[in-house]
Design a protein around this ligand. Structure first.
Ligand code: SF4
Ligand code: SF4
Length: 163
């Protein structure tokens, strides 16, 4: 909210929605993720309609403590990719490079990915790697991967301008 205000943007409508977390670095993906995804779609339908109708509501206030925690945490993500690794399972397909929304992944001369330290921690590279070759420290090796069945890596690549 504070950031929007600073940019003279007025938020007319806001609604919270329960969703599963795909942040595999901290959480294991739950086995119920498919069912939770379907429920999110149901929950989201009236919100989408409200947005289309240009409805207005009173957006929830952000507590000062939340703001402080946010400002502290927001500094961490860009360089967290120092702890990402690419295992020998990598087949140099380049999918990770294409799905990264901030072009934080490059491919070296050998085709092996490397990270450029402006990571946004979206974990798309970890989730979409077909070989499960990208990991964070020793946290993610055994954790489930999940991508939405309707979203292919080519969809993200197109959005990111990588065809
Ligand atoms: S997506 Fe996985 S297999 Fe493909 S280049 Fe990236 S790390 Fe290697
Ligand atoms: S895809 Fe997401 S997590 Fe992976 S390097 Fe890019 S911003 Fe970071």
């Amino acid at each position: 909210m504070t950031r929007l205000k600073r940019q003279n943007i007025t938020l007319h409508y806001a609604k919270a929605i329960d969703m599963f977390s795909n942040y595999v670095i901290t959480y294991d993906m739950r086995d119920t993720v498919e069912a939770e995804t379907k429920q999110s779609e149901i929950d989201f339908a009236p919100i989408l309609q409200a947005i289309k109708n240009r409805e207005k509501n009173q957006p929830p206030r952000t507590e000062p403590l939340q703001e402080i925690v946010y400002w502290l945490l927001i500094r961490l993500p860009p360089r967290m990719d120092r702890h990402y690794s690419v295992s020998d399972a990598c087949v140099k397909c380049g999918i990770c490079e294409k799905v990264c929304p901030v072009h934080n992944i490059g491919l070296g001369a050998s085709g092996k990915p490397y990270f450029k330290h402006r990571c946004e921690q979206c974990v798309a590279c970890i989730q979409f790697c077909p070989q499960r070759a990208i990991n964070y420290k020793d946290k993610t090796q055994s954790r489930k991967r999940y991508t939405h069945p309707d979203i292919k890596y080519t969809d993200l690549a197109k959005l990111n301008g990588c065809t």
